[in-house]
Design a protein around this ligand. Structure first.
Ligand code: HMG
Length: 402
C-alpha cells in the first residue's frame, strides 16, 4: 500500500420514490401556518414511498444507476466490488441484511461479503468509513455502500412534516473520481433518549426538543474537536454539509460559527449550505442517506468547485452518535455527478393530494403475513419493486433479469 493512495467516493447515485406531497398542502390539512414548514422547518416537499418501495427496493433503484450508466472505468470498478454494506434504520428484516438481496439481484460478481449496519441516521457514515478503511487494506477492491430509509412518524404526529424516503448508493474505491475521505475524523457517542424505535414499535419515539439540542451539541462537540485535531479554522472549508432531518437545523448548527467568522467565509458557507440542502428541501429526511443527499445536492448545483476543495461533513444519528470529517473534491467530479440526471427524477414525481397521501401512507404489509401479493395500485414506474412475500421471504421484480 502506497502512502499517497487516496480512497473515497468514486461514484454516487440517488433514488427517490415517484410520489411527493407539497408541504403547503400538509400545512393546510393540519391547520398549521404554511410558513412554519417553509421557513421554521425549511421544507417544501416530502417524498412518499408506495408499498412497492421498501428500503431494499429503493436501495436497488439507487444502486442500479451506477451499473446502467457505467463507462469502461466504472465497469472495472463495479467488477471489483467485494463488499456490499447496507445502512438502514428501517430495514426489512431483524436478521437478514438488506445487502444480501442487493448482492443477489444486482449484477455483482459472486463471492462477496455483505452485511447491514445500524445506528439511526449515522449508519450511512458508518458504512462509508468502514468501506474507506477496507479499501485502504484491499486497494484493488471496491465497496458498494447503500443507505436507504423510509422515515415515517405517523399521520398527524409531531414529526410528520419531517418525513421522507429515498436511497443513496456510493461506490468506494482508490483514486476516487468524486472525493477523497479525510484521514482525520472527530466522533462522539452518548446514550441520549432523543429518538429511538423499540423493536415492537411501528414509528419512532421522539423527544423533539431534546433531539434538536442533541444534534446541536453533537455538532459543536465534533466540529470543535475536528478543528483542534487538524489545526484548521472554519475558513478552510469551501462548504459544510450536515445531516438534514430538516433543512433549518443544519443552518442553526452553523449560525453561531458564521456570526464569528469573516464576511467572505460566512457568505460562502451560507450560500453553499443552501445549495447543499436544495434537494433535501424537496425530499425530506431520508435518515441514513440524508447527509449524502445533501452532498449530492451541493455537487450537482456546484459542479465546478476547485479540485481539492475541502467539504466539511457532519453526521448525526439519534441515540446518539456524531462524527465530523471532511472530503477533498476530485478533478472532474461534476461530470460524474451530472451523469445521473437526478433533477429529472425529482421533476417526474407525481404530486399527491392529501387524501392520496393518507391512503398511501396507511397501506401496509399485514403483520405476520407469510404470503402476500403487493399490488402496484399506484403504477410505480421504478425498475425494482417489492412484488410479494412468499413464505415470509421478500420477492422483488427484476424485469431485465440482470
Ligand atoms: P414542532 O413542535 O412542530 O415545531 O416540532 P417547533 O415549535 O419546534 O417549531 C419549529 C420551528 O418553526 C421553530 O423554529 C419555530 O420558531 C418555527 P426554531 O426555534 O427551531 O428555530 N415556527 C415558525 N416559523 C415561521 N413561521 C411560523 C412558525 N411557527 C413556528 N408561523 C420538530 C418540530 C422538528 C421537533 C418535529 O417535527 C419533530 O419531532 N421531528 C422529528 C425529530 C427531528 O427531526 N429532530 C431533529 C434532530 S434529531 C436527528 O436529526 C436525527 C433523526 O434524523 C433520526 C435519526 O438519527 O435516525 C431525526
Amino acid at each position: 500500500m502506497s502512502d499517497v493512495m487516496t480512497v473515497g467516493i468514486d461514484q454516487m447515485a440517488v433514488y427517490v420514490p415517484p410520489f411527493k406531497l407539497e408541504m403547503g398542502d400538509l400545512a393546510s390539512a393540519r391547520g398549521v401556518d404554511p410558513k412554519k414548514f417553509e421557513l421554521g422547518i425549511g421544507q417544501d416537499e416530502m417524498a412518499v414511498a408506495p408499498l412497492t418501495q421498501d428500503t431494499v427496493a429503493m436501495g436497488l433503484n439507487a444502486a442500479i444507476q451506477l451499473f446502467d450508466r457505467a463507462d469502461k472505468v466504472d465497469q472495472q470498478r463495479l467488477d471489483a466490488i467485494s463488499l456490499v454494506i447496507f445502512a438502514s434504520e428501517t430495514g426489512v428484516d431483524h436478521s437478514k441484511a438488506g445487502a444480501v438481496f442487493l448482492t443477489d439481484i444486482l449484477p455483482i460478481k459472486q463471492g462477496v461479503r455483505s452485511f447491514e449496519v445500524k445506528q439511526a441516521c449515522y449508519g450511512g457514515t458508518a458504512g462509508l468509513q468502514l468501506a474507506t478503511s477496507y479499501v485502504h487494506q484491499h486497494p484493488e477492491e471496491t465497496v458498494l455502500v447503500v443507505a436507504s430509509d423510509n422515515a415515517k412518524y405517523g399521520l398527524k404526529s409531531g414529526g410528520e412534516p419531517t418525513q421522507g424516503a429515498g436511497a443513496v448508493a456510493m461506490l468506494i474505491s482508490q483514486d476516487p473520481r468524486i472525493a477523497k475521505v479525510s484521514d482525520v475524523s472527530a466522533y462522539h457517542t452518548a446514550d441520549v433518549a432523543d429518538f429511538w424505535r423499540p423493536t415492537d414499535q411501528e414509528y419512532p419515539l421522539v423527544d423533539g426538543p431534546l433531539s434538536k439540542k442533541a444534534y446541536l451539541d453533537f455538532f459543536n462537540d465534533t466540529f470543535t474537536s475536528f478543528l483542534g485535531l487538524t489545526h484548521q479554522t472554519i475558513a478552510d472549508f469551501t462548504a459544510i454539509c450536515c445531516h438534514v432531518p430538516y433543512t433549518k437545523l443544519g443552518a442553526k448548527a452553523l449560525a453561531p460559527y458564521l456570526d464569528d467568522c469573516d464576511d467572505e467565509t460566512a457568505k460562502r458557507l451560507s450560500h453553499y449550505y443552501q445549495q447543499a440542502v436544495s434537494y433535501n428541501r424537496m425530499v425530506g429526511n431520508i435518515y441514513t442517506g440524508s447527509l449524502y443527499l445533501s452532498l449530492f445536492s451541493l455537487l450537482a448545483h456546484e459542479p465546478n468547485l476547485a479540485p481539492d476543495s475541502e467539504i466539511g461533513m457532519f453526521s448525526y444519528g439519534s441515540g446518539a452518535v456524531g462524527e465530523f470529517f471532511s472530503l477533498y473534491l476530485s478533478k472532474g467530479y461534476g461530470q460524474e455527478i451530472q451523469k445521473h440526471r437526478f433533477a429529472e427524477q425529482l421533476t417526474a414525481r407525481k404530486t399527491l393530494t392529501i387524501d392520496e397521501y393518507e391512503t398511501l401512507f396507511e397501506e401496509k404489509i399485514p403483520t405476520k403475513a407469510r404470503d402476500f401479493l403487493v399490488a402496484d395500485d399506484h403504477h410505480d414506474p421504478s425498475e425494482y419493486q417489492l412484488k410479494a412475500i412468499n413464505n415470509g421471504h421478500r420477492v422483488y421484480s427484476n424485469p431485465k433479469n440482470r
